[in-house]
Design a binder for this molecule. Structure first.
Ligand SMILES: [Zn+2]
Ligand SMILES: [Zn+2]
Length: 160
């Protein structure tokens, strides 16, 4: 049973789309790759990974937009059909059961800080990471970085 403090609500800019994350995410990426920079128009993307069945749609229906990705396998970006704001993505590698929720679309994004910085090889030089913050030049192995509870949740997902 999720406690109230673990519930996060969010949505698009026009408020047609509203959703709720029913628990804390598995892990939160701050991605500094060029693809994320282009897609956000900013210096990095903040993605909260969470099981799709823990994301409840409260209002509206997002629209899938197939988008090229760095892996070449593509990603599906889910957007509000009206204002076109992206609320989450599915990547070919992780499948539909795992959503990458865009932290900036949460009502209280401050409550979901990154667990790791990835692809720091293309990090914009003015972005200075806090001392001791986990950071990798490219990608990493979940088994080495994720908390035990998240790995257990992921294992359930893979058995699905
Ligand atoms: Zn909208
Ligand atoms: Zn990226």
């Amino acid at each position: 049973m999720a406690s109230k403090t673990e519930i996060h609500e969010g949505g698009c800019t026009c408020r047609h789309l509203r959703y709720r994350m029913m628990s804390r995410p598995l892990f939160v990426h701050c991605c500094h790759c060029r693809w994320c920079q282009r897609e956000t128009g900013a210096a990095f993307a903040l993605n909260a990974m969470i099981e799709a069945d823990r994301v409840e749609l409260l209002e509206g229906e997002p629209e899938a937009v197939m988008t090229p990705s760095a892996s070449g396998k593509g990603q599906t970006i889910w957007r509000c059909p009206r204002c076109r704001i992206a609320v989450w993505s599915n990547y070919a590698g992780a499948g539909d059961a795992l959503r990458f929720v865009r932290v900036g679309t949460l009502d209280e994004p401050d409550r979901v800080p990154p667990d790791i910085h990835i692809f720091t090889m293309s990090k914009q030089p003015w972005v200075v990471l806090p001392e001791g913050m986990p950071a990798v030049k490219e990608y990493y192995q979940a088994s080495k970085m994720w908390p035990k509870e998240s790995l257990q949740r992921r294992a359930v997902l893979k058995r699905g």
